[in-house]
Design a protein around this ligand. Sequence first.
Ligand code: ZN
Length: 306
Amino acid sequence: MSSRREFLSRSALALSAALLGRSVRLEALQGGGPSAPVTPVFTPIRRNVGFFTGRGGTIGYLATNEGVAVVDSQFPDTAALCLEGLRERSGGRHVDVLINTHHHGDHTGGNIAFREATRRVVAHVTAAAHMKAPPGRPAPEGENYYPTEFFMDRWATAVADEVIRAAHYGRAHTSGDIVVLFERANVVHMGDLVFNRRHPVVDRPAGASLAGWIEVLERVTATYDADTVYIFGHAGEKHPVTGSRDDLGVMRDYLTALLEHVRAAQKAGRSREEALAVTSPLAGFPDHGPLNPTILGAAWDELAAG
Ligand SMILES: [Zn+2]
């Protein structure tokens, strides 16, 4: 026990030192102003599984005195708040495993805050490579804590009385997205495979595919059941970051409608510039707000590439 306590207090010291350095750099990047205030919120779902919201992609967690697992890590500052809250919920226990759903910085930037707390970081093999060298984006600044275990299709582990399974269903938001199931709780973390009622990021340089994304959502929906609670990476204002398979259906239908809308523009002989100038909402999806050149461009370029 004493070695565990020592381990934890050394971790806390190392973490504060790392965060001090990091927050200075963040403030420098933001022109010296203070960071936007963050309200960390832990929301239980069931069987010790819940979700944490601060800033960036939603974090999923399992926290008991017998085991702790974390899915995604947001940013260093919010990850530290998350870790602090998880320790309160687990009697000061270390983290058994940290899982990254994909490589984006708002889901992995906080890994560094977990370096002293866990020895296991798991990701899809492609996501792990993209964390170090994100395609089409500058390499991340500063140090991070990179995955220690990778997989291609399926991965599983036991933590406390829970079984955690991860699976890759193909290209979608990136080429390294995974879905993470807490089996006994019947809770699935979707990473950024669901932007609930919000235009999604489509990372084409990292291998994203809207057509693939539609198929992935269909396969996921067919894999789990009507009682499954899904955690979403992001949601539109006034929309929740959890939901049911009906919400996966809305996301799939939105992606289908988006591709159809842009395909119709191409068939009608419009130029890329004309098609991307549309700002009305996508027909049938008013909650997503006005269309914009970024999302329309992603659809245009995918269709144009065949
Ligand atoms: Zn993402």
